[in-house]
Design a protein. Structure first.
Length: 252
């Protein structure tokens, strides 16, 4: 299994994957350019929230899915996976590709978010690109729970990476089970926004996916609230995994 995962990781390091991985920092930089002038912030966290918590928050499931999933979809369309079963166990091969999909997604989101926070905290002040003023700091769910900059950066970047990994894995399992890329990408995105709408309608926005992954649009909430929609995602993921394990015939 480890050798298959390592082989798939090396095969995934293509120009296409690199370009898709650069999509996330590119979106952040475009949003940052919009707020760099004409905006006044209290702290570097405010700049991070405004640049990484707007467009990314809306398109989060889509960005999670496009990093590696198109590669798997192309292999399914070209019947590459069907021929791979003659060399390795199909179950091991599909698990390995799922692990690679999860690893790539987590690493891209974790490194991008952590790198952007480090830039805003330690590099940007010397460049004087942003205007800051004194005032009462507005705490969010994560800044109130992790008051040290270093712990906050690692914890929050890890949380975004973990959610991205779960959404990407759900999409991967949907692709493997259905063979349809549009369905695999569309269902997680639809779930994400339907749950956002439903929690808003029920006046419990603290349990919406967008407010638990990017908690910048509501007041600071207890840390346990972020695990409510995440638990629903976990149940969905578990259900898809059980469905996949019970399948006896694969037409990939």
């Amino acid at each position: 299994m480890q050798s298959i995962i390592w082989t798939e990781l090396k095969r995934s390091m293509t120009r296409r994957t690199l370009c898709l991985a650069l999509l996330l920092p590119l979106v952040i930089l475009l949003q940052f350019n919009q707020v760099r002038t004409g905006y006044v912030f209290l702290t570097w966290q405010g700049v991070f929230e405004e640049s990484a918590g707007t467009i990314i928050a809306v398109a989060f499931p889509l960005i999670c899915c496009v990093l590696y999933l198109p590669t798997v979809a192309r292999e399914i369309d070209h019947q590459f996976i069907r021929y791979a079963r003659t060399r390795v166990s199909l179950t091991d091969y599909l698990i390995a590709k799922g692990v690679v999909n999860a690893l790539i997604t987590f690493i891209v989101f974790f490194v991008t978010m952590l790198g952007w926070m480090l830039f805003l905290r330690f590099v940007e002040p010397s460049l004087n690109w942003m205007t800051y003023e004194q005032g009462p700091e507005s705490l969010t769910t994560f800044t109130q729970a992790f008051t040290t900059d270093g712990i906050y950066m690692i914890a929050y970047a890890g949380w975004i990476g973990l959610n991205a990994m779960v959404y990407a894995t759900i999409a991967y399992l949907l692709l493997v089970l259905s063979g349809k890329l549009f369905l695999a990408v569309g269902l997680p995105f639809l779930f994400y926004h339907l749950l956002n709408f439903a929690t808003g309608l029920l006046s419990v926005p603290q349990f919406s996916p967008v407010s638990t992954i990017f908690p910048f649009n509501i007041i600071a909430m207890p840390l346990w609230t972020i695990f409510v929609p995440f638990s629903v995602l976990g149940l969905m993921l578990l259900g898809l995994m059980i469905t996949g394990m019970k399948r006896t015939e694969w037409e990939l």
